[in-house]
Design a protein around this ligand. Structure first.
Ligand code: ATP
Ligand code: MG
Length: 870
């Protein structure tokens, strides 16, 4: 299982991995830990991240950025319309009204849904992580703005599915940061003590997010969140570039806003200047060469000017800060620290406002850029069975109040708030209705004005197969409603409660054990939610005792821990399927009170879910398309790599032909080869610039046909003397043994003569081979092909040793000891060779399983890595 956290920012992404040593933020192929949220579609491939950003100006209409803001939105959405104006690529309306993107890919105009484009970016992050870990990445935790609504969250989950990632949790940016902050703190108050309250402020490129959190030892509770979803660093960039555009109009009579390329360049330079102004209050220059119509432009700005121009934006920062204080019911004095993260909190004026509102200097305990990704990786490690992380319970909140509406049988509209603003999440509630037939529940956000999304609709849930009870009256229908681990509203189950006739005591004939929701939930406990066991309390929900449409919480069935894994249940169809599949069949159940003899039957009801989400078919198509694009990218990469190999070979060979390889090629051949290399270089820039992979492979092969013998001669020249030397000393050694044998040396007097004759013969043959080859080689110039190869020499040496060594190394026979039975026995016992089978070897064999057993626990403990958090 991969343990990865991805921070998908509006401008930049970060990737963090959990390793045994702790959390590590990893770098991309450019050794940069920041990967721009940018996708560039090209004629032959698409690129993402740094390479895509590099094409922003050259491939302006097909380089996509700022798309995260369009996720889960309709084309007619006012936000999409407002964004569209600033985007150099084409935003289009899909048949279902969704916003999409039209761009040229592989030479044709193509339309892509926003989840598809986000998936392209996720593919890049996934591949970067895979390159770093060296294995496949599937499981991950993804960051999400804390203000995202249900539809936006579902769209991001769709994007994760398309990139074949298993998102274990969509984690609010600010909650991820709070986790990254709290889990390392050793001095948090004990659980029963007053918590430590910390405010987190994340101002990024396009949004401002705030959270108030309470920490106790091993526990993080988000008290409230707030946001300004349309206030970020890019708004500062626009203020600065607007000012310069006006100046250029007057000074140079050029309209920067009339050309997307020019505007992008101006925005990029304005952003650079903004960053410089964060550390320098002096007047600073902005210069752009050949800006428009070959005009070089220049202007100046200082921090004070910027603050004045951005005054309206800066003023907007206060509201969400004050809101979070009010919603969390914290006073300024209750806040122990204010932690800032996100690039835009580096602006001094932003820090000043934060200080003014909370009455204390903001702290930068965390890495401002990487904290979100690190928090996500920590959450992934907590959810992963392969890591042991310090116990840390996380309770988040819902950002907006949610109500359910339904029609009574009299066709009257009824409604009820099910989740208030800043309600604890994840959280399940059990609602009870009295109905005779299937009915719909509609979930909507209560306060559309407070919603940064034009449509408060969340979804419609149809509870099917509801029938009157056997007495012909309304049946009791229990519906579980839940804000799940992703912050998404779901309806995991519905069941009809049917009372069975009462039975006298003692005659209860083995009723099936009651499967309350509690036990059912426990079975399905999701790793991440397990730790939040205390979060899912039952709640009294304004019962409406109308026979037709009564709604109440049921105190007997308070869910404790529950799995509502939307990651596994990707689409409405899948949700529906799971709801029906899992609940086929009826359950006989007994009320929890043991004294009661009443029996009830729980009949699970299928639910139809209608939410804004891709269908399984759409997801499958998108997965297929993404797979094709990945394949295309790979093929193109291979093609480019083949081309680069030809280029590299040309440069490498041309240099070496006149240095290292000079004497290993004749002058005439060198000239011919050199010319061929020059021609190939020209070809690469002309006719061969855009060829198929095989053409480059063939070209390289034809060059190597000439080059390889040269390289070979050079290499042989290095290896051959050593090989001859080794062979020579082997011959020498055999000759020495033969001499000693001739002198009747007692070391070899046990070797039979006929054996020594074989040695003598072999020596003679090999010595002859050696002399002939050495002589032939000495006649040759270095640029001529060698008379003998080094590996041939080593083979001959080996052949000599194969014949001679067994003979000349034959051990002398041992001298027979005097005959003595006892001693003999002992001797045999001591001798390794003569060891009687059984007795001596037995204990060793017996030890083996013991050793294996001892190894077992070590292996087990290895499979679970302890993560070092300190
Ligand atoms: P979001 O959180 O809105 O989705 P993001 O996570 O991509 O976006 P960050 O990476 O946190 O955003 O911040 C990027 C923003 O911070 C950019 O607007 C960038 O210009 C700004 N920024 C970065 N460094 C500085 C600095 N030194 N001074 C001013 N602004 C800065
Ligand atoms: Mg961010």
């Amino acid at each position: 299982m991969s343990v990865v956290g991805f921070d998908l920012g509006n401008q930049s992404c970060y990737i963090a991995l959990a390793r045994a040593g702790g959390i590590e933020t990893i770098a991309n192929e450019y050794s940069d830990r920041c990967t721009p949220t940018c996708v560039s579609l090209g004629e032959k491939q698409r690129v993402m991240g740094v390479s895509a950003k590099n094409q922003m100006i050259s491939n302006v209409k097909n380089t996509l950025h700022g798309f995260k803001r369009l996720l889960g939105r309709k084309f007619d959405d006012p936000l999409v319309q407002a964004e569209k104006v600033h985007l150099p690529y084409e935003v289009v309306k899909f048949q279902n009204g969704d916003a999409g993107i039209k761009a040229n890919y592989l030479g044709d105009a193509e339309e892509f849904s926003i989840p598809q484009v986000v998936a392209m970016m996720l593919t890049k992050l996934k591949e970067t992580a895979e390159a770093n870990i060296g294995r496949k990445v599937v499981d991950c935790v993804l960051s999400v703005p804390n203000f995202y609504t249900d539809t936006e969250r579902r769209a991001l989950l769709d994007a994760a599915k398309i990139s074949e990632l298993n998102c274990l949790r969509l984690m609010n940016d600010t909650t991820a940061v709070a986790l990254a902050y709290g889990i390392y703190k050793q001095d948090l108050p004990a659980p029963e003590e007053k918590p430590r309250n910390v405010i987190f402020v994340d101002m990024g490129h396009s949004a401002l997010q705030v959270a108030a959190c309470a920490f106790n030892k091993g526990k993080l509770k988000v008290l409230a969140t707030s946001a300004d979803p349309t206030l970020g660093g890019r708004d500062f960039d626009r203020v600065i570039s607007n000012q310069f555009a006006e100046e250029f109009k007057k000074k140079y009579k050029i309209d920067a806003k009339s050309k997307p390329r020019a505007l992008l360049r101006l925005l990029a330079e304005s952003e650079k200047l903004k960053k410089q102004m964060s550390v320098n209050a002096n007047l600073l220059p902005l210069n752009i060469e050949c800006f428009m119509e070959d005009i070089d432009v220049s202007a100046k700005m200082k921090r004070a000017d910027f603050e004045e121009m951005a005054a309206d934006l800066l003023k907007r920062i206060e509201a969400p800060l004050r809101q979070v204080l009010a919603d969390s019911k914290l006073k300024k004095e209750d806040v122990e620290s204010v932690e800032i993260i996100g690039g835009s909190t580096r602006v001094p004026a932003v820090k000043e406002i934060i200080k003014k509102v909370f009455g204390k200097d903001p702290s930068t305990t965390l890495n401002q850029d990487e904290a979100v990704a690190r928090g996500c990786a920590l959450q992934c490690a907590i959810l992963s069975p392969t890591f042991r992380v310090r116990e840390f319970a996380i309770t988040d909140v819902t950002a907006y109040p949610i109500k359910l509406t339904w029609k009574s049988s009299m066709e009257e509209e009824s409604e009820m708030e099910v989740f208030s603003k800043n309600h604890q999440a994840p959280f399940s509630k059990m609602l009870t209705f009295y109905r005779q037939e299937p009915f719909d529940l509609e979930a909507v956000y209560i306060d559309p004005k407070s919603l940064p999304y034009p449509n408060p609709y969340i979804g419609r849930f149809t509870i099917n197969k509801v029938t009157p009870n056997p007495q012909g009256e309304s049946s009791k229908v229990k519906v579980k409603i839940r804000v799940n681990i992703h912050g998404v509203l779901t309806l995991p189950s519905a069941s009809m409660v049917e009372k069975l006739p009462e039975q006298p005591e003692g005659e209860v004939n083995g009723p099936e054990p009651m499967e309350t929701d509690q036990t059912e939930d426990q079975k399905k406990t999701e790793a991440g939610e397990e730790q939040n066991a205390d979060k899912q309390n039952e709640q009294q929900a304004n019962p409406e005792q109308n026979q037709e449409a009564a709604m109440e919480t049921d105190q007997t069935e308070a869910p404790k821990t529950e799995n509502d894994d939307d990651a596994a249940r990707a689409t409405p169809e899948e949700e529906k399927k799971e709801n029906t599949d899992a609940k086929n069949g009826e359950k006989k159940a007994e009320p929890q009170s043991k004294k009661s003899k009443k029996q009830v039957k729980m009949i699970d009801l299928p639910i139809d879910i209608h939410v804004n989400r891709f269908t399984t078919g759409q997801i499958n198509l998108a997965v297929e398309k993404e797979g094709k694009m990945i394949m295309q990218d790979k093929q193109e990469k291979d093609r480019i790599d083949s081309k680069n190999s030809v280029e590299e070979y040309v440069y490498d060979m041309r240099n070496k032909l006149y240095e290292r390889y000079e004497k290993f090629i004749s002058e005439k051949d060198r000239e011919t080869f050199s010319k061929l290399l020059d021609d190939t270089e020209n070809w690469l820039y002309e006719d061969g610039e855009d060829e198929k992979k095989q053409v480059y492979i063939d070209k390289l092969a034809s060059l190597k046909k000439l080059g390889n013998p040269v390289v070979n001669r050079y290499q042989e020249d290095e290896l051959r003397p050593k090989a001859f030397e080794e062979f020579g000393s082997a011959l020498q050694q055999v000759r020495k043994v033969l001499d000693l044998y001739a002198q009747k040396d007692e070391k070899y007097d046990h070797i039979p003569e006929e054996d020594m004759k074989k040695v003598e013969k072999a020596l003679k043959e090999k010595q002859k081979w050696y002399d002939t080859k050495l002589n032939a080689q000495n006649q040759l110039a270095p640029h001529q092909n060698p008379a003998v190869m080094s590996d041939q020499i080593l083979t001959e040496k080996k052949n000599l040793e194969t014949v001679c060594n067994p003979i000349i190394n034959k051990p002398k026979p041992k001298v027979e000891p005097p005959k003595d039975d006892k001693k003999e026995e002992k001797k045999e016992g001591e001798s390794g060779d003569a060891k009687p089978e059984g007795a001596a070897t037995q204990p060793e064999q017996e030890q083996q399983p013991q050793q294996q057993q001892q190894q077992q626990p070590q292996q087990e403990s290895k499979s679970q890595e302890d993560m070092d958090l300190d």
